[in-house]
Design a protein around this ligand. Structure first.
Ligand code: HEC
Length: 336
């Protein structure tokens, strides 16, 4: 206090006025500068995607963004947050304000399939400040030491089912199902095929046909999800996955033909592949939930399957995994 008063006394009245004016201007400039949103120009992935794709923010301070499309319609979505995706068109910029209550790195991305490489359109917001950073869970497959690419390969004969296994038909045999199969530890580590084999060995189920045992597997799988999770999983799927895997899971989304053509031309198992057909029993019935979740989190490392680990919460990934199995199993009557 003392030093400041001393400082003003030594100034001429006029220069004190000038100083006051300057600091007022400074203050106004600072305020209007902070009101100025950060502009993000957006173009299809092949022309640059989000520009800039790295933004800084501070905990508790609003982050204003102005989203401008330079070509076609795009969407701004923020991973691991309840922020609703915002769609914007060329000539119609949109302003949004985000705020963060935890430091960490947040990924933004698009949900508009604007071009073949739309899934590469991603950016990060680095949020600094006080508080505990967003905790990154150790993925289950890492925790369990599962090898995603190896575990999933199977030399078993192809599963072919005459009709879709129905949880409702399987429910009749509820009393013959070993209790361990209903624990989540069992679920994450067993493929439907392994569960089928175990049930096939149950003396109480010996007289059932293979098709009916598959109904019991569907019933077991139904016990590991809820209708709310399936609805949430389907929503996420239609927004984020259908462009490649197809609305009905048949691997026939809008980019499927193009990816298939690239795969055939390159003939490289590490390069772009055709999107998986989830209606084909081979993929899902031989896959453990922990592996599917792992592939989803990590992505296909160059195959064209995006990595979603920084985008979905743990719960969302399990909702998606549960929903994927519904391309094989009929849950009506068990989940309303
Ligand atoms: C840009 C296209 C694209 C999008 C979008 C996409 N995928 Fe994929 N996905 C692929 C491709 C291509 C493969 C096949 C990779 C391979 O053969 O190794 C694949 C494979 C997978 C697999 C592994 C299947 C198996 O049996 O090996 C899972 C699980 C999967 N996708 C789930 C999803 C989910 C869930 C979403 C949405 C959240 C999604 N994918 C979005 C292209 C895509």
């Amino acid at each position: 206090m003392m030093t400041r008063r001393f400082f003003i006394w030594t100034l001429q009245p006029r220069s004190a006025l000038a100083l006051a004016c300057f600091s007022l201007i400074g203050l106004i400039a600072a305020v209007s500068f902070s009101r100025q949103p950060t502009t993000i120009h957006v173009r299809i992935a092949e022309d640059g995607g989000f520009m800039p794709d790295s933004i800084k923010a501070h905990v508790g301070e609003p982050l204003r963004l102005r989203l401008i499309s330079d070509d076609v319609e795009h969407t701004f979505a923020l991973g691991q947050s309840p922020v609703r995706p915002v769609t914007f068109k060329p000539g119609e910029p949109v302003n949004i304000t985000l705020s963060f209550d935890k430091p960490g790195t947040y990924t933004f991305y698009t949900t508009t399939p604007s071009s073949l490489n739309f899934w590469r359109m991603r950016g990060v917001i680095e949020v600094s400040g006080d508080g505990e950073a967003q905790a990154a869970d150790i993925p289950l497959y890492v925790h369990l030491g599962l090898e995603l690419d190896k575990e999933h390969e199977s030399d078993e004969e192809h599963v072919e089912l005459a009709n879709q296994p129905s949880a409702e038909r399987g429910a009749v045999f509820v009393n013959q199902i070993p209790a361990t199969m209903l624990t989540s530890d069992y679920y994450v580590l067993h493929s439907p095929m392994e569960t089928f084999d175990e049930l096939r060995g149950e003396p109480a189920l010996q007289m059932l046909s293979d098709l009916v045992v598959w109904d019991v597997v569907a019933y077991v799988w139904a016990q590991h999800t809820t209708s709310a999770a399936l609805i949430a999983g389907e929503k996420l799927y239609q927004v984020n996955c259908a462009a490649c895997h197809g609305e009905n899971g048949a691997g026939d989304g809008q980019f499927a033909d193009e990816m298939k053509a690239i795969a055939e031309k390159n003939n490289d198992e590490h390069g772009i592949q055709a999107p998986t057909d989830f209606t084909d029993a081979e993929h899902l019935l031989e896959a453990k939930p922990a592996i599917l979740q792992g592939l989803l989190l990590r992505g296909g490392m160059g195959t064209g399957m995006p990595m979603w680990g920084t985008i979905f919460t743990d719960e969302e990934t399990w909702d998606l995994v549960a929903f994927l199995y519904s391309f094989q199993f009929k849950y009506q009557g068990v989940h309303q």
